[in-house]
Design a protein around this ligand. Structure first.
Ligand code: DQQ
Length: 548
């Protein structure tokens, strides 16, 4: 049943933020009301997409998680892109290392762009990344660790055979980028896909190789679409149909579906299908931008994401990049731009029709003060404050008894765009049933927000099962970002907020019901969140970044 979980009840963050001070060689301006406390951010300057295993590569190697991301070492705007490198033991606390890959050669002098990590035979990692030359023509290149016994993998060397893949045979040289993690078929041959656009069609070009160095292009792309433009940062991986565990990209398992993700139109869209490695056939269940079924990881600000398989915990994890909503001059003034969403575990839903995303369990170690209550009626038109926690830095889980849906406005999900609907009917619009729960992220805050911001309103449908008798919303609030997970992770929306009054004590969390009918909160649990520990080993200085 397609039901809109429409509008209404919401968490209102008024004011919020703290002053941040970096006692660090890469210090930032003193006034930092919008810097986050428990989200991943570089020490300064610009970041964009993940360069995954949590290599844009994100990856897990010898007990250490590695995050590589697109980074400008010199400014808070895009440019001079290199692969910055940070490590973690739990995906919550981080140590920044020196960048792993920097522009140096004719084929990457204009930037070392996105790519991915793959574990080769014997378990050694290798990175394929896109290099841009002086004309922004794009090439795929290989780097390997200088010393594989260093668990921190601090130094990387470019292959003397680079560039391995060049844009020939009808490939547009400016639209040929972002290799995925490669996977091996039963024939022991490696496969990798690369984002492209040919004759106006977005596509994933497929290449095969026996030695990871010499690659041959397959006659057909793995998949393409007439309804989209260029595909950036594609991702392709199996998810289990009958287990909650993640699946490694090269695993040969029955009972899997394959996810194909592509980044376009400022969103990360995905489809599900069945993949047969023998002929590299990918038969899709539904396609990109199908009417009424536009599956996305997140319906807010979330782009250029990547997944990796975490063998230690047998799970697949998603990392996504979240842009700012303020202006370039704001970013230059504050000294940074862009951050990472909290890593999310990915599973196929019980219906098999979509993915379910949930913040990694490790985040819960940051929870401190706790408030909770059960079974509370929220009268129509009422509002109350959830006090006792730090509203600017919080994790809030609320669940509602599902009201009698016969009274709800009926909407055909095949003909209505939820984002447009939520933009037209903001949460202040009153109806019988609600708005009492929803994702009207920015519109609620409008009066308390600074001028000159992107104040887009987001919206999403949450698909309910006839067995559902409750509907839930979890929100991670961290100064200038709110990540929300509706219906146990069936719909996610990430938004940025920049309150005018940036003072921790003036941040408040409210719950309200703008409908005329009462709704019942079956349970609410909210926690203040501690800061994550961030250290830097850049420039051989071990100094914590401390915050006031
Ligand atoms: N940004 C990278 C590209 C990728 C895009 C360059 C995604 O490789 O396509 O910084 O934001």
């Amino acid at each position: 049943m397609g039901v809109i979980w429409a509008v209404g009840f919401c968490f209102l963050l008024v004011g919020g933020g703290v002053e941040v001070e970096a006692s660090h060689d890469e210090s930032l301006p003193r006034e930092q009301p919008y810097r986050t406390a428990y989200h991943f951010q570089p020490p300064n300057n610009w970041m964009n997409g993940i360069t995954a295993h949590p290599f844009l590569g994100p990856m897990f190697y010898k007990g250490v998680y590695h995050l590589f991301y697109q980074y400008n070492p010199y400014a808070a705007v895009w440019g001079n892109i290199s692969w910055a490198h940070s490590i973690s033991y739990d995906l919550v606390d981080w140590i920044h290392l020196e960048p792993a890959i920097n522009p140096s050669e004719p084929f990457d002098i204009n930037g070392c762009w996105s790519g991915s990590t793959t574990f080769l035979h014997g378990g050694n990692p290798a990175i394929l990344y896109t290099g841009a030359d002086l004309k922004y023509r794009q090439f795929q290149n290989l780097v390997v660790p200088k010393n594989v016994s260093d668990p921190l993998l601090k130094e990387w060397v470019k292959s003397p055979l680079n560039p391995l893949l060049t844009p020939i045979d009808g490939i547009d040289p400016n639209n040929f980028r972002d290799p995925t993690t490669a996977w091996r078929g039963p024939d022991e041959v490696w496969r990798v896909i690369i984002g492209s656009m040919i004759n106006g069609q977005g596509m994933a070009l497929l290449y095969r190789s026996k030695d990871f160095v010499r690659w041959t292009r397959s006659k057909n792309p793995l998949h393409s679409s007439t309804k989209t433009g260029m595909w950036e940062c594609p991702d392709f991986y199996p998810v289990s149909i009958n287990s909650k565990n993640g699946v490694d990209s090269s695993a040969r398992r029955k009972f899997t579906k394959h996810v194909l993700k592509a980044s376009f139109n400022s969103s990360d869209h995905y489809i599900l299908g069945d993949y047969t490695p023998k002929r590299d056939r990918y038969l899709v269940d539904t396609d990109f931008m199908d009417n009424g079924l536009d599956l996305r990881y997140d319906y807010g600000k979330f782009y250029a994401s990547k997944t990796f398989y975490d063998g230690a915990k047998k799970r697949r994890i998603l990392w996504g990049w979240v842009t700012e909503s303020d202006s370039e001059s704001d970013d230059i003034r504050k000294g940074w731009s862009g951050l990472q969403a909290i890593p999310r575990s990915i599973q196929l839903s019980s219906t098999g029709r979509q993915l379910v995303l949930w913040p990694i369990e490790e985040l819960e170690k940051l929870r401190t003060q706790h408030v909770s209550f059960n079974d509370k009626e929220l009268k129509g038109g009422s509002v109350f404050e959830v006090s006792g926690i730090s509203a600017a830095q919080a994790d809030v889980e609320v669940s509602f008894d599902l009201p009698n849906l016969d009274e709800a406005e009926s909407i055909d999900p095949n003909s209505v765009d939820p984002q447009q609907l939520c933009s037209q009917k903001e949460a202040s619009v009153r109806s019988t049933l609600g708005p009492f729960a929803g994702y009207e992220s920015n519109s609620f805050y409008r009066s308390s927000l600074r001028e000159g911001l992107d104040k887009t309103t987001y919206g999403a449908f949450v698909y309910l099962d006839h067995r559902d008798d409750k509907i839930s919303l979890r929100s991670l609030i961290d100064h200038s970002i709110i990540e929300s997970f509706g219906g146990d992770g069936r719909a996610c929306i990430t938004a940025r907020v920049y309150p005018k009054v940036a003072n921790d004590r003036e941040a408040h969390l409210y719950m309200f019901n703008n409908g005329t009918r009462s709704v019942r909160i079956s349970s609410l649990n909210a926690w203040s969140m501690k800061r994550a520990q961030i250290y830097s080993l850049r420039r051989r200085r071990k100094s914590p970044i401390t915050y006031k």
